[in-house]
Write a protein that binds this ligand. Sequence first.
Ligand code: H79
Length: 596
Amino acid sequence: MRYNPTRIVATLILLSLACTLPLHAAPSGKKDAAPDDARMEWWREARFGMFIHWGLYAVPAGEWKGKTNHAEWIRTTAQIPLETYNEFLPQFNPVKFDAEAWAKAAHDAGMKYVVITSKHHDGFCLWPSALTDFDVEGTPFKRDILKELKAACDKEGIRFCTYHSIMDWHHPDYLPRRKWEQTRSTEGADYARYVAYMKGQLKEIMEQYDPAVMWFDGEWEGTWTHAMGQELYDHLREMDPDLIINNRVDKGRRGMEGMSKGAEYAGDFGTPEQRIPAKGLPGVDWESCMTMNHHWGWNKNDAGWKSSDDLVRKLVDIASKGGNFLLNIGPKADGTFPQESINRLAAMGRWMDLNSEAIYGTVASPFGTVPFGRVTAKPGEKKLFLHVFEWPKDRVLELPGLANRIARVHLLVDPDTALEHSSPEEGLLRIRVPEQPPTAPSSVVVVEYVGELAAVPYVPMVKANADGTFELKAAQAEVTDPIRYEAARDCLGYWTGMAKATWLIDHKKAGAYRVFITQACTAADAGTAYTVRVGKQELKATAKATGDWTKFKKLDLGVVRLAAPGRVEVVVSPDQAPSFAVMNLRSLQLVPVNSP
Ligand code: H79
């Protein structure tokens, strides 16, 4: 077979699409919408929460026998025998633990809920459980960490929630054993008895600490079944009808992408881990959980901290797609948060102090990712919040895709000063903004609109150069599937079907224009007939061989006449299905012809 990089890349892209689509399905089964809306209300409003991974693994702090890349998985990643791991019990004495300081740090960062590991995969319990000795009571510390944190959260007005691992590397009845742990006998082990133990512990947690969310994990091993997940979901909801439960209670999670595979699986929200979905997921509840560096549990050697600016923009990105951000802290063995985490929480809090109105209670906007940043929406208040990451140097902010009449535009931090703006024209709203961004890394411009929010597809309009030539670049085209803009080659590629590329030009001068195309095509694939339509006029051509997909040539296609000034659509589309791909298209040019 002939080596064809374009074909290979196209195949890879199609394959990766096939693996990730559809992005989501309903996260949960078997319930009627209305009561769920009431139950989910606070959670949807919240948008920002704190994850806390804390347990015995804070003692080794990620390091074992010279290797430094461990954390909460250390018992397995370092293959530590059970008796050796138990030796962390007498070493766990976090005397500086101050639940009120933790809850206050979450509150001041703008977080509305806290999810703490009641038990991680290692099986260690942060509360004094009557059902095991492998708990905080078995350490010198003895204090009930969940109880203290629950009280502190209540005081700060933060919802207290718990993470609980289904997988358990400590309980003798849990199965399977790790592969490297085959010497630990499974004789007499009874998984059903383990499930009863876990349910007993969950009952303790529910009764003593009344969590608002039960966040399950470690559900993927074969011993845990869909029937068990559904049963546990129903059981917990019966104990507390308001309880919110993540989708890892059941077996429907689609890997680390985290959304559920279908409505037959239990769980109230999807759980993307260490990632943010590329697009909003309308009508689906989801929460991206993420670390501040590369580990969940405390790792003293991990210096890979995300910047505060990055974290603020991630929060905005997630909110603009309709999700929650569950941002992790891995407290140290002395009971304090790492200073790097404290600094980042404080920075996010300073940003939230000025901008939280554009986060809390917002929903995904229909605009997706826009050139300047992201957009959140409050349809009930008829407000859009433009989160500007890239502040425009020319002081003109452009929102593509809005069709509504505009009531008023202002900076979120300066509601009394109305900003000048255009009325949306061809779906483009232009706003005059001050020179400096008020709250970098993301500054919020509020757009109050009239009527129901109406988003329209937007094609940026191309204006003529000084000499009257229109330069229609690949990057500016509006394309249909499967055409894609290839940045590396600066062209429209993957043109393997009857797809079209469209530009809109804004011509001021009537007259004749000569049309040129800059394209590339192999000899084997050349010859596809296509049409360039300029307004109502059509030019017919065939894709020419240029030697290679990466060798571009500029070709003369003929002359068109543009009458009275106005907007004209320019469309390139094949007349026949290509045998492989139509061409790689870099640009069109419309050059004024001087003699009339
Ligand atoms: O608690 C933190 C991690 O310790 C825990 N989840 C976060 C919140 C975590 N457990 N495992 N992992 C992270 C990564 C493991 C992923 C895999 Fe799988 C488990 C790959 C294969 C089995 C889950 C199930 C993802 C794909 C299938």
